[in-house]
Design a protein around this ligand. Structure first.
Ligand code: PEP
Ligand code: MG
Length: 582
């Protein structure tokens, strides 16, 4: 039966393909159909995994030293009890047999049911036992992963036709897709500027977040249409709808292809104002896309992605190689590398601090300053890379003079240690700060005095100014780059930085939104950094813009406060024929 779901389109274009269900990020398992002659083997695989975990618990129990705290054996006993409960040790077998699915999926189905029961419990102690269930399930899944089972063929011929359907995916999950060729992915949760959506844009495949119940309603292998521009998912489309979207997909491809012709064209407005269009990257391999799309520099290298999806952490040498390779590949073009912005939704596998409100907790520079050894090793690696190209260093989430001071002292320490060991670096390396906390945007003086450049992180600036968790789809509709407070802050940052002669870039998602290019030019922005794939579209906007017309229109928007009027003014600004084009 055909039906439609609406979410937030995070990356434009249309994908048509078959659904492949993946599960929640914390219990990531695939779902596939096991052929009838393999079902008995799959059940045995499940039994063997349960047996293996039982033995693990028995060994753990036997190894408990005589004087160990009583809580320890109670904990092992509790986990053993959870394992032995029929919900986990027997019922999945029935699911494997009746639904002819893989063992991991059967366990996942049972776990979801079990966790839902826990969530409904009022007693806090009992409700918190849900984490014990998850730990036991993770052990079972680990045991299964050590036992090769039936390997399913892809749902369709190739990855390019697969649309991944997940309840939730972490940024770390999504960055792994860079090594794949999926047609699209869709999730139930997430906001337009969640880090998951941010990475999705860099994949340049149509994707949708905040679909609420897609994972529950879509079935494996079902035909899907993903319209990443409008955020519409069509499940099991009829022939007429399918034909229409196939046409739209072709037309979109033709448009994109035309834009590739702009790669070597300079980004200059109709009235001769040069604009810098840089790219945001997550990993060194992204440089290829940066150059292919004609970006003239890297405005934001989110270095924290080097720290994700691994059980150890990259040491100084490994980081140095990553930074150096980017600097060298960019051949003297500017490369701005941000110190690691870990915390909140980007956690290392070390399983670090999450806090009660992670976006307001130990994140980015706050975290760096609490772990001087790790931070110094990154700073040394970054400084060493400055010797091999045009590298500058960017600090995320600064909010106060004290943090700037401490950070600059850390950089001075890293420089001194390189001097001691006689290692080369650029002594005049530029140090910039992200303006993404409203306090920084409002108390800009100290940033302008102490730092060499600024970069406006609109994703967090909007999150913190409008008090909307960027990863929470229930408040995603409140995300509004045209909010008068945001326009006033952005305008103020650009004006003040210009007056002080401090270069300012914008590297949040607003910079890559073509509907905002003229507005930002009108507010005085001349340096944009965005996903490489957006560079040609934004360049096309720049080529068609006239800054004096944009300045007048932007002033009118700064005076407006009614949301509808603001939208109307923006639409008008974007349709105005510039003097030359008229
Ligand atoms: C931002 O906050 O706008 C930004 C560019 O940084 P991130 O999206 O990585 O938080
Ligand atoms: Mg940010």
């Amino acid at each position: 039966m055909s039906f439609t779901l609406h979410g937030i389109g995070v990356s434009g274009g249309i994908a048509i393909g078959r659904a492949h269900l993946v599960s929640h990020a914390t219990l990531e398992v695939n779902h596939y159909v096991v052929p009838p002659h393999q079902v008995a083997a799959e059940s045995m695989r499940f039994d063997a995994a349960i047996q293996k975990v039982r033995s693990e618990f028995d060994e753990l129990r036997a190894e408990i030293p005589a004087g160990a705290p009583v809580e320890f054996s109670a904990f092992v006993n509790l986990h053993r009890m959870i394992l032995d409960d029929a919900t986990l040790s027997v019922e999945p077998r029935r699911i494997i047999e009746t639904e002819q699915c893989n063992a991991e999926w059967a366990i996942k189905v049972q776990t979801d049911a079990l966790l839902a029961q826990f969530d409904a419990i009022e007693d806090t102690y009992l409700r918190e036992r849900r984490n014990d269930v998850i730990q036991v399930v993770e052990r079972i899944l680990k045991a299964l992963s050590g036992q090769p089972g039936y390997v399913p063929p892809p749902a369709t011929g190739s990855e390019q036709e697969l649309i991944l359907v997940a309840h939730d995916l972490s940024p770390a999950d999504v960055v792994q897709f860079k090594g794949h060729n999926f047609a699209s992915f869709i999730t139930d949760v997430g906001g337009a500027t969640s880090h998951t959506a941010v990475v999705a844009r860099s994949l340049n495949i149509p994707s949708i977040v905040a679909l609420h119940r897609a994972r529950e309603l879509v079935r494996e292998n079902e035909l899907l249409i993903v319209d990443g521009t409008s955020g519409v998912l069509i499940v099991d489309p009829d022939e007429r709808v399918l034909a229409e979207y196939q046409d739209r997909k072709r037309a979109f491809g033709v448009e994109r292809h035309k834009l590739t012709g702009l790669r070597d064209t300079r980004a200059v407005t109709r009235d001769g104002v040069a604009v810098e269009l840089h790219a945001n990257i997550e990993l060194p391999d992204d440089v290829e896309q940066v150059l292919a799309n004609g970006a003239t520099g890297i405005g934001l290298f989110r270095s924290e992605f080097l720290f994700l999806n691994r059980s150890d952490l990259p040491d100084e040498e490994e980081q140095f190689e990553a930074y150096r390779s980017v600097a060298v590949a960019m051949k003297d073009r500017p490369v701005t590398i941000r110190t690691y912005d870990l915390g909140a939704d980007k956690q290392t596998e070390e399983g670090s601090y999450t806090g009660t409100n992670p976006a307001l907790g130990l994140r980015a520079i706050r975290l760096c300053l609490t772990e001087p050894k790790r931070f110094l090793s990154q700073l040394r690696a970054l400084l060493r890379a400055t010797h091999f190209g045009n590298v500058s260093i960017l600090i995320p989430m600064l909010a106060s003079a004290g943090e700037i001071e401490q950070t600059l002292q850390m950089i001075a320490r890293a420089k001194a240690s390189l001097d001691d060991s006689g290692q080369a670096y650029n002594r005049d390396v530029k140090i910039g700060g992200m303006i993404e906390v409203p306090a920084a945007a409002l108390a800009l003086d100290v940033f302008l005095r102490k730092l060499d450049f600024l970069s406006i992180g609109t994703n967090d600036l909007i999150q913190y100014t409008l008090a909307i968790d960027r990863a929470d789809e229930s408040v995603a509709h409140l995300y509004d780059p045209l909010h008068p407070a945001i326009l006033a802050l952005v305008s103020n940052i650009i004006k003040r930085a210009d007056k002080a002669g401090v270069p300012v870039t914008m590297c949040g998602e607003m910079a890559g939104d073509v509907s905002l290019t003229r507005l930002l030019l009108g507010l005085g922005l001349r340096k944009f950094s965005m996903h490489a794939a957006h560079v040609p579209d934004v360049k096309q906007q720049v080529l068609g813009a006239d800054t004096s017309t944009a300045i007048t229109a932007a002033r009118a928007m700064l005076r407006a406060s009614d949301p509808l009027r603001l939208k109307m003014l923006l639409a008008k600004m974007n349709t105005i024929k510039t003097p030359d084009a008229a």
